[in-house]
Design a protein around this ligand. Structure first.
Ligand code: NAP
Length: 530
């Protein structure tokens, strides 16, 4: 008979879930089952197979730090890791740690309920099968629930409709007429790749983005060797830093130097490439001081004017709002608009009226003929995965109801009223390179479970007071930045019906890790073990 009772159940086999399986099974010796909706491991990297998909954090730090042998053996030849490379890396981890046998694919979990009497979770999949475990780890992914804007008459469109977050294998856009809606990290990456191969690419842009070069390039063998030799120091620096991207963050205020010096620093960062570095490595206050922000924004606007040949296209591509979204970088975004096969449509000036059999009709009466319409319209971030599921804690308390006025957590990991539930990268996690934050949180979850097991207690739960204090810390930190002043997924509100709320701990990874150490040293302050 199939086993249905485990010590721990993990939902999701992306970077978070795979590491949770390794820690809980291989280190704590628990019986663990991972349930994954997709047909393979990878999470984001399983689903996002669109042309141009890659991580825009340097590839050598978009890795787990725990598997030191693999870090020494892993080969790479370009600065950033493509979707295929990230997936291959995760496959290698799964194989090296013998994890595949405890992952059940093609299984969507629809509900989870906590039984207080038995101190155990029961989860049910979409086929009605039920499984039980004392601990439930939700590694649902911050970008797993896709946003599809409503377009009137879309069902009449005779071409192919696809979301970048569910790109089917075998869909080729080479030589075809393609339209893409959305110009975030995904849309701009897609544009750079698609511009090179499509017969015609129409970019439907709502809000212009600040995009800086990624500086992707070939990496020489000597550089790889130097990184391998220095990995311990690299991780140490990352773990103490804010955004965890492997570069030294600046503490210099932008306005403390001359205009010439500012320009030199921005130019140097532009030439070297990387979005997080441009925002956090040039000066220390771009995300907090309006003048510093304006200086960075002006620099990028001048670049757009310089690069884009058609002044009208350049005008439409130029952002007017603050430079305060999750930074975006890639190779040749603005240059793409100098190509004869690429056309920009500003949805602010000429919104889509409806879909027609041959494409999209915009308010200026233009019919944009398309073979493929690509939605690069983002995700119901962080909380979307939770909204698709019913999760009930103590006394039947519904997580969605609990979060109706904004998601809440303690340390991005625990929710009061939901004992033995552990979120990987839940709301109020550090704003940083995802990998080191995921690893930090899974280590923390493992430590909490070990503490519960070691003390013979059956449940561990965040207190309401600790949760309230953490949410308030996150809100206060966020209010000190410029980031809430623009509309983007990092504050939610980009998905229908979702409230705008603080979803991150902006002080970042280093301060987050320091907080965890403080909480542990105080006997897991803010947690109750029953
Ligand atoms: P996103 O940043 O939320 O961007 C969505 C885009 O779709 C925006 O341009 C948005 O316009 C547009 N959009 C949404 N609804 C629309 C509508 N109804 N009509 C027209 N346009 C609409 O989503 P994303 O680009 O998928 O990126 C999400 C996050 O995933 C990133 O910030 C990043 O953290 C991660 N990501 C990372 C990488 C990487 O390189 N590592 C690559 C891709 C994604 P508005 O700006 O006007 O809302």
């Amino acid at each position: 008979m199939m086993k249905t009772d485990f010590d721990a159940i993990v939902i999701g086999a992306g970077f978070g879930g795979v590491y949770a399986l390794h820690k809980l099974r291989n280190e704590l010796g628990l019986t663990v089952r991972v349930f994954e909706k997709g047909g393979g491991v990878g999470g984001t990297w399983y689903w996002n197979r669109y042309p141009g998909a890659m991580s825009d954090v340097d590839g050598h730090v978009y890795k787990y730090s725990f598997d030191k042998e693999l870090l020494q053996d892993w080969e790479w030849s370009t600065r950033y890791a493509s979707q295929a490379e990230n997936l291959a890396y995760l496959h290698a981890v799964v194989e090296r740690h013998n994890l595949i046998g405890d992952i059940q694919f093609d299984t969507e979990i629809e509900s989870a309920a906590y039984d207080e009497r038995r101190a155990a979770w029961t989860v049910a999949d979409s086929r009605g099968a039920r499984f039980t475990a004392r601990y439930l780890v939700t590694a649902l992914g911050p970008h797993s629930s896709r946003n599809f804007p409503d377009i009137a008459g879309l069902d009449r469109f005779e071409g192919t409709v696809v979301h970048t977050g569910a790109w089917p294998d075998g869909l080729s856009i080479a030589g075809r007429r393609v339209g893409v809606i959305g110009t975030g990290s995904t849309g701009t990456q897609f544009v750079c790749a698609a511009a090179q191969t499509t017969a015609h690419l129409t970019v439907f842009q709502r809000t212009p983005q600040y995009v800086v070069p990624s500086g992707d390039r070939a990496v020489a063998a000597e550089e790889v060797a130097a990184i391998r030799a220095g990995y311990d120091g690299i991780w140490e620096q990352i773990h103490d830093s804010r955004v965890g991207c492997g570069f030294a963050e600046s503490d210099v205020p932008a306005m403390s130097v001359s205009a010439e010096e500012r320009h030199r620093v921005f130019q140097e960062a532009w030439d070297a490439g990387n979005g997080f570095h441009f925002m956090f490595g040039t000066f220390g206050d771009i995300a907090v001081d309006p003048d510093a922000n304006a200086a960075a924004a002006d620099f990028i606007r001048a670049k757009i004017r310089e690069i884009v040949r058609d002044p009208e296209t350049a005008r439409r591509l130029t952002p007017t709002e603050l430079f305060a979204k999750r930074p975006v970088c890639n190779q040749g975004y603005y240059e793409s608009f100098n190509r004869d096969n690429v056309r920009l449509v500003s949805l602010r000036e000429t919104p889509v009226v409806e879909a027609v059999p041959r494409g999209l009709l915009t308010a200026d009466g233009a019919e944009h003929d398309l073979d493929v319409l690509v939605f690069a319209t983002g995700f119901d971030a962080i909380v979307g995965g939770y909204r698709r599921m019913t999760i009930r804690g103590r006394a039947g308390l519904d997580l969605a109801a609990r979060w109706k006025d904004g998601a809440r957590s303690y340390l991005g990991v625990s929710v009061s009223g939901f004992p033995n539930l552990f979120l990987v990268f839940g709301p109020h996690s550090p704003f940083s390179n995802l990998l080191p934050s995921i690893e930090t949180q899974v280590d923390w979850i493992t430590e909490l479970i070990a503490a519960a097991e070691g003390s013979g207690r059956t449940s561990v739960e965040a207190t309401r007071a600790a949760e309230d204090a953490w949410v308030s810390t996150c809100e206060q930190a966020s209010a000190q930045t410029l980031l809430p002043r623009v509309q983007s997924w990092i504050f939610g509100g980009n998905a229908p019906g979702e409230r705008r709320t603080t979803l991150f701990y902006f002080p970042g990874l280093g301060p987050f890790r320091a907080k965890l150490r403080e909480v542990a040293a105080a006997g897991y302050q803010g947690y109750s073990f029953d």
